[in-house]
Design a protein around this ligand. Structure first.
Ligand SMILES: NC(=O)c1ccc[n+]([C@@H]2O[C@H](COP(=O)([O-])OP(=O)(O)OC[C@H]3O[C@@H](n4cnc5c(N)ncnc54)[C@H](OP(=O)(O)O)[C@@H]3O)[C@@H](O)[C@H]2O)c1
Length: 234
């Protein structure tokens, strides 16, 4: 919980707010008293519920992150520079070797790798990332090259390994503006993607990620952490 009266209210942009970790992040941030601009592919009932309950501090942008035009539009719809950009939305295509489809592979890259890069860039270009803002790219242990000791979804692991490079390049790019960019592995989390056997609840993961986002500084930029704040190997 942030200390009331110590920090001004912060503005967070979170993608994929309708379910899973994105929804838990949103509820945690709103409960802490900050403001959230949520990006959701559709105006789902779960998102309407959040809007109704937190009318003053939650606003919604409907956008499909696999479309570049939608990502560009987000930068126009965001009215004030954000303190935190949580690139959370992601997809996992469970293709099995050796049967790959180019279409599905590229769909995964679009959402998991290109969208976080493009969204960060368009917000930066539009002056919608505050000086000193924090950009958190939700990666995965499955994108760690040194940690890949078995097989996994090729498209997913490749997309997250590439996202880790995006994190590193953006960290270099945005350093003059004191903007901090990190990758985060949220743990194995009980969501539609993580499945029912996953040991970590979305609330626990989200809480760890929010705490981490609040405390990182420039010296952490370009690094890869897990949701507890432990540094991960690329
Ligand atoms: N769960 C885990 O164990 C785990 C582990 C490591 C990393 N992660 C990462 O953590 C992040 C959140 O995962 P999760 O477990 O919460 O997954 P989830 O329950 O499957 O939720 C995925 C979210 O991403 C959104 N999304 C997907 N494609 C989109 C698009 N084209 N445009 C806009 N939104 C889109 C979904 O919206 P729709 O409902 O519209 O599809 C949904 O809100 C992902 O980046 C994932 O790769 C998860």
């Amino acid at each position: 919980m942030k200390e009331k009266g110590v920090m001004d209210d912060m503005l967070w942009l979170v993608t994929g707010v309708n379910r899973g970790i994105g929804r838990a992040l949103t509820l945690r941030i709103l409960n802490d008293g900050d403001e959230v601009i949520g990006v959701s592919r559709r105006e789902y009932e779960s998102v309407r519920e959040i809007s109704k309950k937190h009318r003053e501090r939650f606003s919604l942008i409907v956008a499909d992150l696999s479309f570049e035009e939608d990502i560009e539009r987000i930068a126009y719809e965001v009215k004030a520079p954000v303190d935190f950009l949580m690139n959370n939305a992601g997809v996992m295509n469970r293709e099995s070797y050796p049967n790959f489809s180019q279409k599905e592979f590229l769909e995964t890259i679009k959402v998991n790798t290109f969208a976080p890069l493009k969204l960060t860039a368009v917000l930066d270009r539009a002056g919608k990332l505050k000086k000193g803002a924090k950009v958190v790219n939700t990666s995965s242990v499955l994108g760690s090259i040194s940690g890949a000791s078995s097989t996994s979804s090729y498209s997913y692991s490749v997309s997250k390994a590439a996202l880790n490079m995006v994190t590193r390049l953006l960290a270099n790019q945005l350093k003059p503006k004191e903007i901090v960019v990190i990758s985060v592995h949220p743990g194995w989390v009980r969501t539609d993607m993580g499945g029912s056997a996953a040991p970590i609840l979305p609330e626990e993961s989200a809480s760890g990620i929010v705490n981490l986002a609040r405390r990182i500084s420039l010296r952490d930029s370009g690094k890869f952490f897990d949701y507890t704040g432990r540094q991960m190997k690329w």
